[in-house]
Design a protein around this ligand. Structure first.
Ligand code: CS2
Ligand code: MG
Length: 408
């Protein structure tokens, strides 16, 4: 069996999905996602200029050797652009392998450990009342776990994750007005004074059953993160996400010394070499990598297995920028992983998105049910794809009030 060709498509309904289609001499094809949010043209160029010419003629069943060939063969290792491009190839090769076996992908990992995978949705409000309404809305939809992000009184601009749109599909983390980012202003003191009481009010209103998550988005210093975590112990958070930028991984020890709040980190990681210390030293409780950004199924499965040895559960990244292909790869891992925790999920199933990526993966009552179709269980409609092209967009950048650049 041989790979005969591969094509990259960039674009989608309100998002620049980077979709790879690998064709074989047996008519079977595989699909993968290389969408690196707000840098989408770069993995596409890496695929077109370097990787696809090296794929032609190879046996697609040798997905491990192909992964090693590209990873080691690049000489310069890791990095989000390369790993997203490898990730798309790897996903597509697993798709082909499972189609050859005529099995849904999760069967190749070891079958199902659960029927449905717990999801969490994003609740957001420019103030606490609006956030409480947004949480109620998600509970009415059946969600049992909700990430809560709230506007902070007196903060000069909205904080991370806050949107005044009630349309869950609005991709509030990308501004499509151009390639140059807007500036948001951050004030740690206001956040630390306001957010603990807001979280306590949320717990009081919704009771003990609701799983509450909160994302600090790398904004606190280690000592501040320890203070914050200590002050919200009574809330009983399901997780506190990215309390500090995780480059300085030893800093998390301070947080651990002062609090037992579960910590989730890893959405910006792209290799096991960024996860291994946090996992082996049990400095985190949930690993947040995404199958796209972290080199595909082959590499992420290694991370999941390592995490399983250290009581660390999965909480894969599921921002709106991940295409249904990445979400499908994660759905198959979620069905299997013995150390599955939760999956982030933002509603993707607009009619336009469904037309581009038809599938019967299902979301019901805050749970995801994996498709039983062979392979990843997602199709790609190339006629639909021809309606879309790349649109320049950007994340905001964050500055302190005195102008100092901070972490978005
Ligand atoms: C976020 C992300 O989903 C999350 O937890 O932190 O949406 C993040 O802001 C984006 O993926 C950045 O591209
Ligand atoms: Mg996050």
């Amino acid at each position: 069996m041989k790979i005969t060709g591969a094509k990259v498509f960039v674009g989608g309904p309100g998002k620049n999905y980077v979709t790879l289609k690998i064709q074989t001499d047996q008519g079977l094809y595989g699909l993968g996602d290389a969408t690196l949010n707000n840098r989408e043209t770069l993995p596409a160029a890496y695929l077109n200029d370097y990787l696809i010419p090296n794929l032609i003629g190879r046996d697609p069943r040798n997905s491990e050797d192909i992964w090693q060939f590209f990873y080691r063969g690049a000489y310069f290792r890791k990095g989000p652009i390369a790993m997203a491009a490898f990730g798309a190839i790897d996903m597509a090769l697993w798709d082909i392998k499972a189609k050859l076996a005529d099995m849904p992908l999760y069967q190749l990992f070891g079958g199902k450990s659960r029927e449905g995978a717990l999801l969490y949705a994003h609740a957001t409000g420019t103030d606490l009342d609006a956030l409480l309404d947004s949480i109620s809305h998600h509970i009415e939809q059946g969600y049992k776990a909700v990430r809560v992000q709230c506007g902070i009184p007196g903060m000069p601009t909205e904080s991370y994750g806050v949107s005044n749109v009630d349309d869950n599909n609005k991709h509030y983390i990308t501004d499509f007005s151009g390639i140059c980012p807007n500036v948001e202003i951050w004030d740690t003191d206001r956040y630390l004074r306001y957010m603990p009481d807001a979280l306590i009010a949320i717990r009081e209103k919704f009771g003990v059953e609701l799983k509450i998550l909160h994302d600090v988005h790398h904004r606190l210093l280690p000592r501040e993160a320890a203070e914050f975590a200590k002050s919200i112990e009574a809330v009983g958070l399901y997780w506190l996400e990215d309390p500090t930028p995780a480059e300085d991984q030893d800093a998390l020890r301070l947080l651990r010394q002062h609090s037992t709040v579960p910590i989730a980190i890893g959405e910006v990681f792209n290799s096991i070499w960024e996860c291994n210390k946090l996992i082996e030293q049990e400095l985190i409780d949930f690993i947040r990598v995404a199958v796209t950004y972290a080199g595909g199924i082959t590499h992420v499965k290694r991370i999941v297995d390592l995490a399983g040895l250290h009581h660390v559960r999965t909480g894969f990244h599921g921002a709106p920028s991940h295409s249904p292909l990445c979400m499908a790869a994660q759905a198959h891992l979620n069905a299997w992983a013995p150390n599955f925790g939760i999956q982030e999920y933002l509603v993707l199933d607009t009619p336009e998105c469904d037309a581009l990526f038809p599938s019967d993966h299902k979301v019901e009552e805050g749970m995801m049910y994996v498709s039983d179709e062979p392979g990843l269980g997602v199709e790609f409609n190339e006629d639909e794809a021809s309606r879309y092209s790349y649109e320049p967009g950007s994340h905001p950048v964050v500055r302190l009030q005195d102008g100092t650049l901070w972490n978005y």
